[in-house]
Design a protein around this ligand. Structure first.
Ligand code: FBP
Length: 560
């Protein structure tokens, strides 16, 4: 139990008492869980190329757990290492708690260590042994601060080799990687390397990311999405209420979600703001930046005609990469920056960097780059993350949109087609939600994912992602098992080269959550249909504390 001290809040003490509910199938521990092997699997795309890269781990069968005595679960003492990788997400500490409890239930002597600071901790052999007493302080808390996180990518032959050596030095039998699509791609590469080297070390992944884009039939949602979207919805709801009270500002809110607009869609469905931009729709309609701005202006003008010079607009942080012309610019820019890295580093002024890069780009994209404000252009040129992604969290799209909206409104005013006032305020909500205290859903889900990972490891099921599903049912009824990491892979271009990566799940434009949004968007634009969800609730009626996301509710509802 968490002890009272000046560093601990009252809520943390109470929350420390929460006992996550385990799915029935796991509740007696790994010795009473049997893996049932399904059909051999295939990667989602590029099968021949993925098979060639993952010669030893391609085509593994799906695994479903059922309640049954399992004598093959190792009675030998095992040592497992866990690493938290990538961006923080609420519930990471409960994954560690579930993993710890699952291992100890199988054999009290089993040991769990945590690599520190993400995958870099594996390469530098920095870790701590996880004890029950210290872990208890972190149960049901947000953040990754227990062992920290990082974005180092393990990809070179030397790094694979030192991963194997360092695990061997510490006598680690299995590695559990808690991460998003990139980190789990890494997990798949390590699992393949171990097999190739005839090592029986096991590698298992756990699906984490607030972005919600690591999902498929077997991974209904990644952990952290539920809590983070509840936190953003509280903030956006509060802004909607402020807007409706003062009736004088337009608020442009950019929300995290690097490559998919799930967070924006979920927050939109929870709060009903006037404008919700969904990147995937913009891509499907092949919209230009100018067209996106015109659509925003249409709503602003319409509202101003009824005297409403206020509103709320939600913008996914990955928007820029969904606008086809911008996507093309970024893709060419990725290669051009990689080819001219040294020359760009030598230049110090943002204007000079922009001019230099424009001179290296093909005419069409160069013209677009030139048309962008220098601030945005230099944000587009910032270093890619270790996985080759543009760091969209650093690109202030909301400011770009406001600047373009202001210009367009000024033109309309001149032509006497707009008489309103436009005063805009910007927000970016991302980091605010990533370390929140996990909701009941995330606290239960992450504990189950960790416990389930322990069962996979104890069955030596390497190359699998921990899978817990049927998530709109009560946790006791959740279905558990594992899905092969290679099953989710395709080939993408990163750092100018073709690489195998787990395919991201984008917002499905034929899916029920998006359809629900399109049914309502005209109404939300004009009227004030705002909803104010309030803060995440940890105590009180189950209807309030245990509700899942709108996305999951719509996706799993039987209604057409
Ligand atoms: P993961 O995919 O690693 O979970 O991280 C997602 C995310 O929160 C994005 O929404 C955001 O763009 C990015 O991390 C920010 O990265 P950083 O933490 O490196 O600033």
């Amino acid at each position: 139990m968490v002890q009272k001290s000046i560093n601990v809040s009252e809520l943390q003490i109470e929350r420390g008492k929460f006992k996550p509910i385990l799915p029935d199938v796991l509740k007696n521990g790994a010795s009473y869980v049997k893996p049932v092997r399904g059909k051999a699997t295939q990667s989602v795309a590029d099968q021949a190329k993925i098979k060639e890269i993952f010669k030893n781990t391609y085509g593994l069968p799906e695994i479903t757990f059922k309640k049954d005595a399992n004598a093959t679960v190792t009675k030998k003492v095992i040592k497992v290492a866990v690493v938290l990788s990538g961006g923080q997400a609420p519930g990471g500490h409960n994954v560690i708690a579930g993993l710890f409890d699952g291992l100890k239930k199988a054999n009290k002597k089993n040991v769990l260590i945590g690599y520190l600071g993400g995958p870099a901790g594996i390469l530098e052999n920095k870790y701590k042994v996880i004890s029950k007493e210290v872990l208890n302080e972190y149960r049901n808390t947000g953040g990754f601060d227990f062992i920290q996180s990082g974005r180092t990518k393990i990809e070179t032959p030397e790094q694979f080799c030192s991963t194997k050596d360092n695990l061997s030095v510490c006598e680690v039998d299995a590695l559990v990687v808690v991460g998003g699509d990139d980190s789990n791609t890494n997990a798949a590469m390590i699992a393949e390397y171990f097999k190739k080297e005839n090592s029986d070390k096991c590698v298992v992944g756990v699906p984490k990311t607030i972005d919600g884009d690591l999902k498929n039939k077997y991974i209904e949602t990644s952990f952290g999405f539920d809590t983070a979207t509840k936190i953003y919805s509280e903030l956006v709801g509060n802004i909607c209420r402020d807007v409706n009270s003062a009736q004088k500002y337009w608020h442009f809110v950019r929300l995290m979600g690097r490559s998919a607009s799930h967070i924006t869609l979920e927050v939109g469905l929870k709060t009903h703001p006037n404008i919700v931009l969904i990147g995937e729709e913009i891509l499907a309609k092949n919209m230009t930046l100018v067209k996106v701005v015109e659509n925003i202006v249409d709503v602003i003008v319409k509202r101003s005609q009824s005297g409403k010079n206020f509103g709320v607009a939600l913008i996914p942080e990955g928007l820029i990469e969904f606008i086809p012309e911008m996507k093309e610019l970024i893709s060419v820019l990725n290669d051009t920056l990689a080819e001219n890295a040294d020359a760009v580093t030598e230049l110090h002024l943002a204007e000079d960097k922009k001019e230099f890069i424009c001179s290296k780009l093909p005419k069409k994209v160069s013209d677009l780059m030139k048309s962008l404000p220098v601030g945005i252009a230099s944000q587009l040129m910032l270093d890619r993350d270790p996985h080759g992604n543009v760091q969209v969290s650093l690109i202030e799209t909301e400011k770009l949109l406001i600047e373009m909206v202001q210009k367009k409104l000024a033109e309309l005013k001149k032509a006497d087609r707009y008489k309103g006032k436009f005063s805009a305020i910007t927000h970016f909500f991302g980091y605010e939600g990533r370390c929140g205290i996990p909701s009941n859903f995330d606290a239960n889900y992450t504990y189950a994912l960790g416990y389930n990972a322990a069962v996979l490891v104890l069955n030596k099921l390497t190359g699998y992602l921990s899978s817990v599903r049927k998530l709109v049912k009560s946790p006791k009824q959740w279905v558990c098992g594992g899905i092969p990491l290679t099953m989710m892979m395709n080939i993408e271009r990163r750092h100018g080269k073709e690489k195998p990566v787990i395919q991201k799940a984008l917002v499905d434009l034929n899916g029920k959550p998006f359809k629900e949004f399109t049914r309502n968007k005209e109404k939300w634009a004009i009227s004030e249909s705002y909803i104010f969800p309030g803060p995440v609730q940890y105590f009180g009626p189950a209807d309030v504390t245990d509700m899942t996301t709108k996305t999951l509710q719509y996706e799993q509802s039987k209604k057409k």
